[in-house]
Design a protein. Structure first.
Length: 740
């Protein structure tokens, strides 16, 4: 394939310009023959159309070269990462073998490609930010910081080409993902310039009206803003020059996303935002005089203008863990307007703008690895799966954005915490055992409760008690993800111990009274009592809020009533279905095949989950015969873990003649006619009968439980899809228990 047919004329010019710039930037770190080998491989993969255009018409090779330029110029990635970035797609499409890459460019390039492939595999399953695989996605990031940096560069490249994404839904999904994950990561890694651009572009695609409004207003106020900045800068520059300080002073307008966030946070309009810009003083200082001259400039400016002590930030004495160094002050400028001033040296400014890239430049680091402390914190959080992926995402994102405070241990050791951290957060930061036993603290020699919020420079001591145990309400006031993770872990362990004790107690009482315990019946009893989980039920017994003897009496009463109901109720075990033992073994048991044409084995469909034809099922041997349960039955984990010997593999062979009852929960806006419309949808479905409907309406929201007879899961899924299309319906879910 020729480059003429592969590229348009404009794309061809852009590609070769970017290619030459890329080779020039990497010249100092490329090995002999790297360029020749890459050229040969590129020609080969282009000829095989490996980099063909995607569904939006974007040229794959041009996207990769754009991403590589961002990775080198804005982030500072070197040879290894850039080669891996350019060769990842050919390896993914199996045009180039990983072994060939290893022989040509070494193990490290192959390792990064392997980690990029793992990340790509998750994206291929559409598992981005809001799915159960999010934990695995972050963990693959945490294996190597270079993977994060490459993904950030790729997302910035895609956001810049956002207008080329033809489907608006895909564009908004990308912008949301960038806003939720990649912009915070860029912020945490010190890539402030990239972080601001990602946030602005995200707002542009998610809320274009607000973006255009703020952009227009900034353009309208630019002249007066520039005049005020010049008025502020001139006398400051003269005083600094008179003091012998060489510097550059410039005004920087805040990002559109930042202004929008301030408008929302302060609940004001554009005219109510006064700090639309910041003044930056950049000193040309020698390394040994950096701190001294920064503080000298600070003194001069605060002599000229009244400072706000509440808005002073010292990131020079104790830099942020991503290397950020600067003095921040807010002073009352001309016209009684508050103005933010940032004081830093040329080196500090480059690190603030380019993060890791400048770190490597000034520290003389030749490898691309870094930020070990941050990555180890991420790994520690991921290794304890104490929350749902979205809960974990919220904690992860909050920790990235929170300002930091520094407090001291009694021995003078410095401990870094998120702003808003309490004495309990400090205890867990030292050690999880110390946190679990914490009863109070002593801050600056004064006794304080565990929920006391710490301030910068506090000296903190923790007081413990061996009788103390973690409490559920601790989660409401701790501020760090580490503390929340450890508290949840301890609560789960405590609940597990209480559950085991209560379970043994209950079984012993049943045995003493010579009663056979039917586990599925007990599960139904627990559910009827209103417990969300089995653990909650056993914890109530362990803490003596539920009497064991009362439980047994109510259990026996429920068993008696169910037997009476069974004797008078219509059953389908002999008339419509039969389970046939097969000769083929599965897990040590014969497999049950559910079929309506054969008879001989007594079994029933479990009421706790109401399986229907098409569900994944299993059999459970109880004192009342074999019960057929769905694999997704809420009682399944308990039955498999405690009574695995009673489990029988099972599968369907044919549908039941009369159909199956299911209950659907429908939630939506309480519009006139919504119930009629839903009923109409059901009535139009063949071989489907509406048995009952129960509707509640609260504050304009409609919630209905609809019981329908269906033939199989395919019919059920088709019905759910059609109900979701009814105007006003927001959610349709299948309930486990069918309404009678």
């Amino acid at each position: 394939m020729s480059t003429t047919s592969f590229f348009t004329a404009e794309e061809k010019r852009e590609f070769f310009s970017a290619y030459h710039a890329l080779v020039s930037r990497l010249s100092s770190c490329l090995e002999k023959d790297d360029v020749r080998k890459m050229k040969a491989l590129m020609r080969r993969v282009v000829a095989l159309d490996c980099y063909g255009r995607d569904q939006n018409g974007i040229n794959g090779l041009l996207r990769n070269i754009r991403t590589a330029v961002i990775a080198t110029s804005d982030i500072g990635l070197k040879r290894t990462s850039v080669i891996a970035l350019l060769l990842y797609r050919p390896v993914y499409k199996k045009i180039i073998d990983a072994e060939e890459v290893r022989e040509a460019f070494g193990d490290d390039v192959t390792l990064i490609i392997h980690r990029l492939l793992k990340t790509s595999d998750l994206y291929a399953r559409n598992t981005a930010v809001n799915s159960e695989n999010f934990h695995r996605l972050l963990f693959s990031f945490a294996e190597d910081v270079r993977v994060i940096l490459i993904m950030i560069a790729d997302r910035l490249c895609m956001m810049r080409m956002g207008k080329q994404i033809r489907v608006e839904r895909d564009r908004i999904r990308l912008a949301t993902e960038v806003s939720y994950l990649y912009a915070p990561l860029a912020h945490r890694l010190g890539l402030y310039k990239i972080k601001s651009e990602l946030e602005d572009l995200s707002l542009k695609y998610i809320d274009p009206k607000q973006y255009d409004f703020i952009k227009t207003r900034l353009n309208e106020t630019k002249r007066s803003r520039d005049a005020y900045i010049a008025e502020f800068i001139k006398p400051v520059g003269e005083r600094l020059e008179a003091a012998g300080l060489e510097c550059e002073i410039k005004g920087r307008t805040k990002s559109i996303h930042s202004i929008n966030s301030k408008m929302k946070k302060q609940q004001t309009d554009f005219e109510g935002i006064y700090d639309l810009f910041a003044i930056r003083v950049i000193l040309d200082s020698k390394p040994e005089k950096e701190r001294e001259e920064c503080w000298q400039a600070f003194s001069i400016i605060t002599d000229m203008y009244q400072p706000n002590p509440q808005r002073m930030r010292d990131w020079i004495s104790v830099p942020k863990n991503n290397g950020y160094e600067s003095l921040h002050i807010t002073v009352l400028g001309p016209g009684n307007r508050w103005v933010e001033v940032q004081i830093r040296t040329r080196r500090m400014d480059e690190i603030a703008e380019r993060g890791l890239a400048a770190h490597w430049k000034y520290k003389g680091v030749k490898t691309e690895r870094g930020l070990d402390e941050f990555m180890s914190d991420v790994r520690a959080m991921l290794e304890t799966q104490s929350a749902s992926p979205m809960d974990m995402m919220r904690e992860f994102r909050m920790d990235l954005y929170e300002d930091e405070i520094y407090v001291f241990t009694p021995t003078g050791e410095l401990v870094k915490l998120a702003k808003g951290a309490t004495a309990l957060d400090f205890a867990f930061a030292i050690h999880s055992k110390l946190g679990c036993r914490c009863v109070s603290g002593r801050v600056n020699g004064r006794n304080v409760p565990i929920r006391h919020v710490l301030n910068n420079g506090d000296s903190v001591e923790i007081i413990t008690s061996p009788q103390q145990k973690p409490k559920q309400d601790w989660l409401a006031f701790v501020a760090t993800s580490k503390a929340r993770t450890k508290i949840r872990q301890a609560l789960r362990e405590e609940a597990a111990r209480a559950t085991e004790y209560a379970r043994e107690l209950l079984q012993r009482r049943f045995k003493n009274r010579k009663i056979d315990l039917d586990e599925p019946l007990l599960m139904r009893y627990i559910k009827k009592k209103g417990f969300k989980t089995v653990t909650d039920f056993y914890v109530e017994i362990a803490e003596e809020r539920l009497d064991v003897n009362c439980v047994i009496e109510e259990y026996l009463d429920m068993e008696r009533r169910e037997k009476e109901a069974t004797e008078h109720a219509e059953t389908r075990s002999a008339e419509q279905f039969t389970a046939i033992p097969q000769t083929e073994k599965s897990g040590g048991h014969d497999e049950l095949i559910i079929d309506r044409h054969l008879t001989g084995i007594d079994y029933r469909l479990a009421k706790c989950c109401n399986p229907i034809f098409g569900d994944e099922i299993f059999g459970f041997v109880s004192s009342q015969g074999i019960k057929i349960h769905r694999r997704e039955c809420p009682n399944a984990p308990e039955m498999f873990s405690r009574f695995g010997y009673r489990i029988l593999p099972a599968r369907w062979n044919s549908e039941g003649g009369g159909g199956y009852g299911i209950t659907l929960r429908v939630i939506g806006h309480d519009d006139i006619g919504i119930v009629t419309n839903i009923s109409s949808v059901i009535s139009k479905e063949n071989e489907m009968t509406l048995r009952s409907i129960h509707v509640d309406s609260v504050d304009g929201l409609f919630q209905g439980d609809i019981t329908v007879m269906v033939r199989n899961t395919l019919a059920m899924e088709r019905l759910i899809k059609k109900i979701k299309e009814v105007k006003g319906v927001k959610q349709v879910t299948r309930l486990y228990s069918r309404k009678s």
